[in-house]
Design a protein around this ligand. Structure first.
Ligand code: PLP
Ligand code: ZN
Length: 448
């Protein structure tokens, strides 16, 4: 590959300052806005077509070709191959699923579930960590840190020990699903539980990184989002390079939605896709900042001239009222999403919509994915619940091709699942029955 011109650039068009990819910074030093990784594609050896990447399928003995992130490395060419970290991320499946499709109201053959639970740590975060830790290696980092609702810490801990780096994670106490906490501990992360929620942890970790040399791996990190673009490359790959009509994704800190929009923006620019899919971002009712700002208040990216005063006023109101987000879907229990502006850009690029769904709908949709598909964690269920809602509203048509992103593994949060089935309140509740230790009782129970 020829040398590629690459840099970090501030997303604020009034600033648009650029910096080297070897600099460690998680906000524009000049104006404080978010940074993007940007490429001068003219200098990039052009793949010509997405099908070009298929030539790597037969080379599984090469770890970077096996990786579901790095086999697309020409589309995230910020570092040399020698720094690229992989532990086998991105071996995911795009499952066509008619029964979940019927549940959501989509015609036969039209619904696909992108199951990111198959990643090494059980969530899509591994796509981002593969890229972020490669950048960390490239710039010589020794100690990495993140704030987390759970999956980021699990993923970071796994990648950090694979790279021999020290790893610390900040978690809101009592705010984490046990599957995720057990991973961080098992993988050897220094785990600090803060008496607060995710938004508090996020604030603390940014201050830690301002005051120390620790390397931040939350989705403020633009290199992490480069890795998450690969989720869309694999969706396209699963559809044999046909663009879907819609991509539906849960929205928490809005890293995924930001990465997906950037992926499509670049693919369109490179002429590798003809048409940009539409994007639906789904909030939980109890953590609906994006929905409120985008759908109720009409906040838009506006070519980068975002009405920041409106955002500030919104957060001020959250502060004044002592608002705390609350949802069963802990991975999206976030009220101050750090990637808000980038997500607005994605919504502009992808003619996006935002919806909110209740915890009850999330749990039923999650159970439908469990009953008919490969299972998922609560936050992932939001995408299917959101699709069902958008079908009812007629925004998505029954004959459109839809991809729902299932962001995390079914076993991440067994407590929510077991409670749903035990309490028998949901559409798919499947209560376990208890019988005496007696053959007659067992046979009787089996007759039901
Ligand atoms: C992190 C996470 C989300 C939220 O994704 P964002 O990119 O922060 O919007 C959703 N689901 C699961 C399972 C997650 O781990
Ligand atoms: Zn700037």
């Amino acid at each position: 590959m020829m040398s590629v011109s690459k840099y970090q650039r501030c997303i604020n068009p009034k600033c648009a300052a650029s910096y080297g990819v070897d600099e460690i910074m998680f906000a524009c030093p000049r104006c404080g806005d978010l940074l993007d990784v940007w490429y001068d594609w003219e200098q990039l050896k052009h793949p010509g077509s997405l099908a070009w990447f298929e030539k790597r399928w037969g080379k599984r003995e090469k770890p970077l070709n096996f990786s579901g992130v790095w086999r697309f490395r020409e589309l995230l060419p910020f570092c040399e191959k020698k720094y690229c970290v992989t532990i086998g991320e991105g071996q995911t499946v795009l499952q066509q699923n008619d029964q979940v499709g019927q549940y959501a109201g989509v015609n036969s053959g039209k619904l696909y579930l992108q199951y990111e639970g198959l990643n090494p740590s059980g969530s899509f975060k591994d796509n981002g960590m593969a890229a972020a830790l490669s950048h960390a290696r490239m710039v010589g980092v020794e100690h990495v840190i993140c704030a987390s609702t759970g999956n980021t810490s699990a993923s970071l801990a796994l990648y950090a020990h694979a790279c021999g780096m020290k790893c610390s994670v900040l978690i809101g106490s009592g705010k984490i699903a046990f599957g995720k906490l057990s991973q961080a501990l098992d993988y050897g992360a220094q785990t600090i539980q803060i008496k607060g929620d995710f938004d508090d942890c996020m604030r603390q970790v940014q201050e830690v990184c301002r005051q120390s040399k620790l390397y931040l791996v939350n989705s403020l990190n633009p290199f992490r989002l480069e890795g998450q673009k690969a989720i869309m490359y694999r969706v396209l790959e699963g559809l044999r390079w046909r663009e879907p009509d819609w991509v539906v994704v849960p929205g928490g800190n809005l890293g995924n939605s930001s990465a997906f929009g950037k992926a499509f923006m670049e693919l369109k620019q490179l002429g590798l896709i003809g048409r940009v899919p539409r994007l639906a971002v789904i909030n939980a009712v109890g953590a609906n900042t994006l929905f409120d700002l985008y759908e109720n208040q009409g906040l838009r990216f506006n070519g980068g001239e975002v009405d920041t005063a409106r955002i500030d006023a919104y957060y001020q109101k959250l502060n004044d009222s002592g608002y705390r987000p609350k949802t069963i879907a802990s991975a999206i229990e976030i009220s101050r999403p750090v990637n808000l502006k980038k997500c607005l850009r994605s919504l502009e690029v992808c003619r996006g919509v935002v919806r909110e769904v209740s915890d009850e709908k999330i749990k039923d949709a999650k159970a439908a994915v469990g009953r008919y598909g490969l299972g998922c964690e609560p936050a992932s269920g939001a995408s299917v619940a959101g699709l069902k809602l958008l079908r009812q509203q007629g925004v998505i048509k029954a004959d459109e091709t839809v991809v729902c992103i299932l962001t995390g593994h079914q076993l991440k949060d067994p407590e929510v699942t077991v409670r749903y089935h035990r309490e028998e309140k949901g559409e798919f509740s499947n209560r376990p029955v208890e019988v005496d230790n007696d053959i007659e009782a067992v046979l009787k129970a089996l007759e039901k």
